[in-house]
Write a protein that binds this ligand. Structure first.
Ligand code: SF4
Length: 387
C-alpha cells in the first residue's frame, strides 16, 4: 500500500479528525458517528499515540497550522481534548504564529472548555453556526438554538479568543433571500474575523437525499443558490470582509492559515479516522471506523486504508485548481515553478488563453486568477484544468 514519506518537504499542516457527534445531521456525509461515547477516551489515547509516533518519525518539525475538525471535537470530554493537544505540543515544534484551530459546535461548549482550549494554545475557533433561524436549525437537525450560537461566541470572546470563524449554510430548499439575509446579518453583527458560507448540497446516501427522492423535501435550486451567493458577496464586501476564497471571507489578515496549506498544495499530515495525508507526491487515507482505528493503533498496526501516487499531470492539475480557489492570490507562477519546474502558462496554455479571451481568467504578473465573472461558474473553469 502507498505510504506517505515526506521525503522532500515536511508537512506544514496537521489535521486531526475527531469522528464523533452528539447527533448525526441529516444532510451530513462527513465521517462522523453518534452514540459512540464509550470510544471517546480510548480514541483520544489512540490519536495522541499516533501524533507522538509521527512527531518522532518526522523529528518534531515546526507546523504552520493545526486543525482539530470532525465531527465535533468539542463533544470529547475536556481531559480527552487535553490529551490530544498536549501530544501535539510534545510532538511538533509549535510556536507563534502557528495557528491552532478547533471546530466547536454550539450546544457542546462552555466557558470552562474554551478557557482550557486557550490554555492549551488554541488560538482560533471555527463555530458551526449554520443558521440564525430556529426553523432552519431544526430542518438541518442541529442540536443547538440561535441563542446557543450567541452564547458560544460570547464565551469565546470572554476568555480571549480574538480569531473566531463561523460556518453558515445557504440555499436551503425554499429559502428566500430575506431569510438568508437574517443569518448573514446576524453573523456579521457578531463581528467575527472569518466567515465560511456554503451552499447546501444534497449528498448521496444521506437522510436529506432520501427525503428529496421521496418528495418530502423539494430539491435545492442551484439558480436560487447562485443568486444567494451573489447577495452574500455584495453584503459581506460592504461589511468589510475580504472574499479571499470561493466560500470564505475574512477580515484583513485573518484568512485561514490551515486551508491555505491545502490551497497552496503544501504537504500535510492527517490523523484520525478518514483523515487524508499528502506528502507532495503521494496521498494516503485512514480507515473510517473509529473502533477499528483504535484497535489498529493499539496493536501497532498501520491505520491506513489506502493510498495513491499522483502522476505529475495530476499534481499540476490539482495545484492549479486549488490555487485558483484563492480569489485574491490566485496561482503563483513562481510557486508553481518551484514545485514542478515549469511555468503554469506553458503547461496550461490552452485553457488559460481560452478563459482569458472570454474574461473568466486574468494573468497579472506572477498571478493567475479567476475574474469576478468566473466565481459563479468556477467549477466549469476548473474542469478544463483536469489532467
Ligand atoms: S455536527 Fe457537523 S460533522 Fe456532525 S453530523 Fe452535523 S454536520 Fe456532520
Amino acid at each position: 500500500m502507498t505510504q506517505i514519506r515526506f521525503e522532500r518537504d515536511k508537512p506544514t499542516g496537521l489535521y486531526l479528525h475527531i469522528p464523533f457527534c452528539e447527533r448525526k445531521c441529516p444532510y451530513c456525509d462527513f465521517n462522523s458517528y453518534a452514540g459512540q461515547e464509550d470510544l471517546y477516551r480510548p480514541f483520544a489515547r489512540a490519536l495522541a499515540h499516533e501524533i507522538r509516533t509521527w512527531g518522532e518519525r518526522l523529528a518534531h518539525p515546526p507546523l504552520r497550522s493545526v486543525f482539530l475538525g470532525g465531527g465535533t471535537p468539542t463533544v470529547l470530554p475536556p481531559d480527552a481534548l487535553e490529551d490530544i493537544l498536549i501530544a501535539v505540543h510534545e510532538a511538533f515544534a509549535i510556536r507563534p504564529p502557528t495557528e491552532i484551530t478547533v471546530e466547536a459546535n454550539p450546544g457542546t461548549t462552555d466557558r470552562a472548555l474554551f478557557r482550557l482550549l486557550r490554555d492549551l494554545g488554541v488560538n482560533r475557533l471555527s463555530v458551526g453556526a449554520q443558521s440564525f433561524r430556529e426553523e432552519e436549525l431544526r430542518f438541518l437537525g442541529r442540536i443547538h438554538t440561535v441563542e446557543d450560537i450567541y452564547r458560544a461566541v460570547e464565551q469565546a470572546r470572554a476568555v480571549g479568543f480574538d480569531n473566531v470563524s463561523l460556518d453558515v449554510i445557504y440555499g436551503l430548499p425554499g429559502q428566500t433571500p430575506e431569510e438568508w439575509a437574517v443569518s448573514l446579518r446576524a453573523a456579521v453583527s457578531l463581528d467575527v474575523e472569518h466567515l465560511s458560507c456554503y451552499a447546501l448540497t444534497v449528498e448521496p446516501h444521506t437522510p436529506l437525499a432520501r427525503w428529496v427522492a421521496e418528495g418530502r423535501v423539494p430539491p435545492v435550486d442551484e439558480d436560487v443558490q447562485g443568486d444567494l451567493y451573489d447577495a452574500t458577496r455584495a453584503f459581506l464586501a460592504q461589511a468589510g470582509y475580504i472574499h479571499y476564497e470561493i466560500s470564505n471571507w475574512a477580515r484583513p489578515g485573518r484568512e485561514s492559515v490551515h486551508n491555505r496549506v491545502y490551497w497552496w498544495y503544501e504537504p500535510y499530515l492527517g490523523l484520525g479516522p478518514g483523515a487524508h495525508s499528502f506528502d507532495g507526491v503521494r496521498r494516503a487515507w485512514t480507515i473510517l471506523s473509529p473502533r477499528e482505528y483504535i484497535r489498529r493503533v493499539r496493536a501497532g498496526e498501520s491505520p491506513l486504508a489506502g493510498g495513491e501516487t499522483l502522476s505529475l499531470p495530476t499534481r499540476r492539475s490539482e495545484a492549479m485548481i486549488l490555487g485558483l480557489r484563492l480569489l485574491v492570490e490566485g496561482v503563483s507562477r513562481r510557486r508553481f515553478r518551484r514545485l514542478f519546474g515549469t511555468d503554469p502558462l506553458d503547461v496550461f496554455a490552452d485553457p488559460v488563453e481560452r478563459f482569458r479571451a472570454v474574461g473568466l481568467l486574468a494573468v497579472r504578473g506572477d498571478r493567475i486568477l479567476l475574474t469576478e465573472r468566473a466565481y459563479a461558474v468556477a467549477n466549469q473553469v476548473f474542469q478544463a484544468f483536469l489532467a
